[in-house]
Design a protein around this ligand. Structure first.
Ligand code: ADP
Ligand code: MG
Length: 230
């Protein structure tokens, strides 16, 4: 009998509010949401509606006030910080609007680093980094430092770093928001082909409706809920 498929990410009745001087700002209210392995989902919502909050809660960077976040079927709310960090390192990759690469290290070293932190040997980590960067079209840029790369190249290195430990879930917060339209499109296509080739699940916050239109599914945040668009 086939194994039942487990969602890469499952949010169940998640609440998240911020306390402000005027009272409580309720961003997520009993939000339910799942992403399946191999799915590429766009998160499209106006600024201030809670895209980053959703990504932070899904990525175990913030605790929900209520509800449960399952990563690959594992409930995370009652885990201690060490266990949450372990899941974050091994199961989840992040890409931000600004690359946050280490400026003193080469592209390859930036991708090697998270693998060493996870405990992989240096030779193996270097090989994987070179393969990933090659896949992302950066085979000729392994030794370049971030400052010697274009914005689009920097962002592709950040994508390679995010998937260096072969996570099951990739979370990206407006990853092409800082790039010109042509570069955005190229970075996005590279990201898409990587997701397709690796079978990971990806949730990508973007304001770019053209790019969102090419993903498998589009969701938004409305009234604290995650809702399907179109
Ligand atoms: P988006 O990414 O869609 O622009 P965010 O998730 O960053 O939205 O923020 C949603 C709302 O929550 C915004 O109004 C923001 O000001 C507020 N917010 C976010 N983080 C905090 C925080 N740490 N403390 C108080 N308010 C916050
Ligand atoms: Mg945001």
């Amino acid at each position: 009998m086939a194994e039942p498929i487990t969602p890469a990410l499952f949010l169940s009745k998640v609440d998240r509010s911020y306390q402000q001087s005027g009272g409580s700002l309720d961003i997520l209210k009993k939000a339910d949401f799942a992403i399946w392995p191999g799915e590429l989902v766009a998160l499209v919502a106006p600024s201030g509606t809670g895209k980053s909050t959703l990504l932070h809660v899904a990525g175990l960077l913030e605790h929900p006030d209520a509800g449960e976040v399952f990563i690959g079927g594992t409930a995370t709310s009652k885990l201690d910080d060490a266990a949450r960090t372990r899941i974050r390192r091994t199961e989840i990759g992040f890409v931000y609007q600004f690359h946050h690469l280490l400026p003193e290290f080469s592209a390859q070293e930036n991708v090697v680093m998270p693998q060493l932190i996870r405990g992989l040997g240096k030779a193996e980590a270097r090989t994987r980094a070179a393969e990933l960067l090659g896949f992302l079209g950066l085979g000729e840029r392994l030794k370049h430092r971030p400052g010697e790369l274009s914005g689009g190249e920097q962002q592709r290195v950040a994508i390679a770093r995010a998937v260096a430990n072969a996570p099951r879930l990739l979370l990206a917060d407006e990853p092409t928001g800082n790039l010109d339209p042509g570069t955005s499109k190229h970075v996005f296509l590279t990201l898409t082909s990587l997701v397709r080739a690796s079978g990971l699940a990806a949730l990508i916050a973007t304001h770019n409706l053209e790019l969102a239109g090419q993903m498998d599914r589009r969701v938004t945040i409305k009234g604290g809920q995650v809702m399907n668009l179109d």
